[in-house]
Design a protein around this ligand. Structure first.
Ligand code: SF4
Ligand code: SF4
Length: 383
């Protein structure tokens, strides 16, 4: 039997019984092999963090998995990758472990199964949310409201009162923040001793996260199925991330306009919420599209294929949020506005409530892992 066909606990270096799952046992085996080899130590943060350890408890393995950006360089460079009998595939095992860790730290625990068939769950929740908004508009008025033309300040609130909209989305957002905070807190407690976080480590982690420092495969980019590395994933990730921030800023400014200055949406095209939303929205169209194409071009051997549904569902949610928002902007003076508003609100509401149970959490866990890494690095260099 080939080593690639052996269960994780029977491969060289595996320590059965000391981990909660077979995947954690496999990750321990890989880190033990890598710790003897150390060929990849210049590629990213995972290997230097690994070298600080002689044993790999579950929490540490989850930390290393979330530190990994999945660039694929260590798979391509590895002399022990399949078909070698050591069967070393760090990107794939780390990707699988990351997925497991999102569910393991989810709050409340009862909703962790949403990660299992994530694509289907998010699709159903989104469809349901859109339907509820459509029927809500009709229920508040009558079916003809869906095909009428509503213009001028307050046009959106003829379909749904502003206070109801603000309360609904405020509660959904608050729930997402609480659930994700509790998830990250559990992760943080599990990945090391609870030491106070210093400003320098947070600053370094922010710099590493916002520049995607460890997505560059040690300087040459991410690997695809043709083994030609490029920086497209980083570029599209930047478009997505900064597009999301600009859209969030647009909504925040619009809220301040409403409550502080009594200015009512929709706003003219040159106004700050519209400018921020349009620029951010364009980023959120091309960023997720580019990331979906990049994902299809990657070598499947390095991916967690079981969770591609989760990745695509999240990217599709961002894409749809932007597409419906931009269409709403362009067609707001036409009879298409009511249906587009229901679509947009439904997608955004579903995005909010599913945030703690989808790919969105990868950014939070990765940031926490980068803070931990920065702390370890500072402690080492201050000695
Ligand atoms: S991935 Fe392979 S080459 Fe890199 S450190 Fe591990 S065993 Fe060595
Ligand atoms: S896939 Fe990239 S980021 Fe992940 S461990 Fe390998 S080199 Fe590091």
């Amino acid at each position: 039997m080939l080593a690639t066909e052996l269960p994780a606990t029977e491969k060289a270096g595996a320590r059965p019984g000391s981990h909660a799952t077979a995947l954690l046992t496999e990750a321990d085996r890989l880190m033990t092999v890598c710790n003897s080899c150390r060929y990849c130590e210049g590629l990213c943060a995972v290997f230097p963090a690994m070298e600080l350890r002689r044993a790999f408890p579950d929490g540490d393995l989850n930390y290393l998995a979330n530190l990994c950006h999945g660039c694929g360089a260590c798979y391509v460079d590895c002399q022990f990758s399949p078909p070698h009998e050591f069967d070393v595939n760090v990107p794939r095992v780390m990707a699988q472990l990351r997925g497991d860790s999102y569910a393991a730290y989810a709050w409340p625990r009862g909703l962790a199964p949403l990660f299992a068939r994530n694509g289907l769950s998010i699709s159903l929740i989104t469809a349901l949310a859109v339907a509820v908004f459509i029927f809500g508009f009709v229920g508040w008025h009558d079916p003809s409201v869906l095909f009428g033309t509503h213009t001028g300040p307050g046009a959106f609130y003829k379909l749904m009162p502003h206070n109801t909209m603000a309360l609904l989305f405020g509660l959904a957002f608050l729930y997402a923040i609480v659930a994700m905070t509790l998830g990250v807190r559990a992760f943080w407690r599990d990945i090391g001793d609870p030491v106070a976080v210093d400003r320098g480590s947070i600053w370094r982690a922010m710099r590493d996260a916002t520049t995607l420092r460890y997505l560059d495969g040690g300087g040459i980019g991410c690997y695809n199925h043709d083994e030609r590395p490029n920086d497209r994933r980083a570029f599209y990730h930047h478009l997505t991330f900064y597009g999301f921030l600009l859209c969030f800023a647009s909504t925040s400014v619009a809220t301040v306009y409403h409550y502080a200055f009594g200015r009512i949406a929709p706003f003219p095209w040159w106004d700050l919420p519209v400018v921020l939303g349009t620029v951010g929205g364009i980023g959120l169209i091309f960023g997720p599209l580019g990331l979906m194409i990049a994902k299809l071009r990657r070598d499947p051997v390095m991916l967690d294929e079981q969770r591609l549904g989760m990745d695509f569902a999240f990217l599709m949610m961002l894409f749809l949020t932007s597409l419906t928002g931009l269409l709403l902007l362009v067609l707001r003076a036409t009879s298409a506005m009511p249906l587009l508003l229901a679509l947009h609100l439904g997608v955004v509401f579903a995005l909010f409530i599913t945030m703690p149970y989808g790919k969105f959490v990868h950014g939070l866990y990765r940031f926490a892992a980068l803070v931990r890494y920065a702390q370890e690095h500072r402690a080492l260099t201050h000695k």
